[in-house]
Design a protein around this ligand. Structure first.
Ligand code: A3D
Length: 320
């Protein structure tokens, strides 16, 4: 059976890490695409030269012509600019919307059957715009954010409880902004919900609230430390988990920015919700029940995403 083909649009910090991880996991042959001359070719060659050491078989190539992504099974989009200290994700709209138009046209022409994962920020608006520009069916395009936000929360929890990260599950839903919704009631250690662990004295409500707040600001914390860009190891690992679930039909249940058509009372927006990713792309949306507080947080986050979409429409009148 032929190897799968993975096209990475954007060969920057996340793109390069994605290529390396795809190789290490033998997910398929990798094409790195970027407008920066020589960068996708250089990173591709560098990773190919690491393959004999780590013992993985995959081809790596770099390109600056969209024809190179033809026939890709998975396309992961990181093209655009990241945040610098003092910038919000929303400050990126002007530049990254133009990039999404070019990328969407390239996918529409050369890889219309691919499963597409968008990472470019502001995430919930860029994945929405990319779907419009590419014309992809709604079940074949998702945004990566929830897996990363949940992984950050899981890391903080595992560190606090001094237990394995493997035994900590967490759900962070809503938009990928500072008002994202870490769902404490649905987050567990080996199936025991966090509120019960507070009752058992494993942590205090104050510490739990602080971890929720740190999760919400997790992206900014890294931006402030790095100073020249944003997080890339954990974002890349998160998108690879989504790609792997599609390529290997694992049917994992992952929080992702998915197109909603009535679920959660939302129509026509991409919002972070738990979905099943398998060979059929987005195979199912899992609708969890919210209590009044969770619903209020979710609605606030959805309103922020709506604001971003209006801003996109203001920049590009062709978007409706
Ligand atoms: P960076 O290292 O700057 O890489 C971006 C790459 O995109 C660069 O190599 C550019 O040359 C390339 N590029 C720019 N315009 C185009 C174009 N028109 N066509 C093709 N390539 C182009 O950034 P990064 O990899 O650190 O981050 C990429 C994006 O991911 C940014 O928008 C970040 O804000 C975003 N990001 C999202 C998350 C989420 O959780 C959603 C997390 C971290 C970063």
């Amino acid at each position: 059976m032929a190897r799968s083909k993975i096209a990475l649009i954007g060969a920057g910090q996340i793109g390069g890490t994605l290529a390396h991880l795809a190789g290490l996991k033998e997910l398929g042959d990798v094409v790195l695409f970027d407008i920066a001359d020589g960068v996708p070719q250089g990173k591709g060659l560098d990773i190919a030269e690491s393959a004999p050491v780590d013992g993985f078989d995959a081809k790596f190539s770099g390109a600056s012509d969209y024809a190179a992504i033809a026939g890709a099974d998975v396309v992961i989009v990181t093209a655009g600019v990241p945040r610098k200290p003092g910038m919000s994700r929303d400050d990126l709209i002007g530049i990254n919307l133009k990039v999404m138009e070019a990328v969407g046209t390239g996918i529409k022409t050369h890889a219309p059957d691919a499963f597409v994962i968008c990472i470019t920020n502001p995430l919930d608006a860029m994945v929405w715009a990319l779907q419009k520009f590419s014309g992809l069916p709604a079940n074949k395009i998702v945004g990566m954010a929830g897996v990363l936000d949940s992984a950050r929360f899981r890391h903080f929890l595992a560190d606090e409880f001094q237990v394995s990260v493997e035994d900590v599950t967490a759900f962070v839903l809503g938009g990928h902004g500072d008002d994202m919704v870490p769902l404490v009631r649905y987050s567990t250690v080996a199936g025991v919900p966090l509120p019960d662990l507070v009752k058992l004295g494993w942590t205090t409500q104050e510490k739990l609230d602080a971890m929720v707040e740190r999760t919400r600001k997790g992206g900014g914390e890294i931006v402030n430390l790095l100073k020249t860009g944003s997080a890339f190891y954990a974002p890349a690992a998160s998108a690879i988990a989504m790609a792997e679930s599609y390529l290997r039909d694992k049917k994992r249940v992952l929080p992702c920015a998915a197109h909603l058509s009535g679920q959660y009372g939302i129509d026509g927006l991409f919002i972070g919700v738990p979905i099943v990713i398998g060979a059929g792309g987005v195979e199912r949306v899992l609708e969890v029940e919210f209590n009044a507080d969770e619903k209020a947080m979710f609605d606030k986050s959805v309103n922020s995403v709506k604001g971003l979409i209006e801003a996109c429409k203001g920049v590009n009148a062709a978007l409706t």
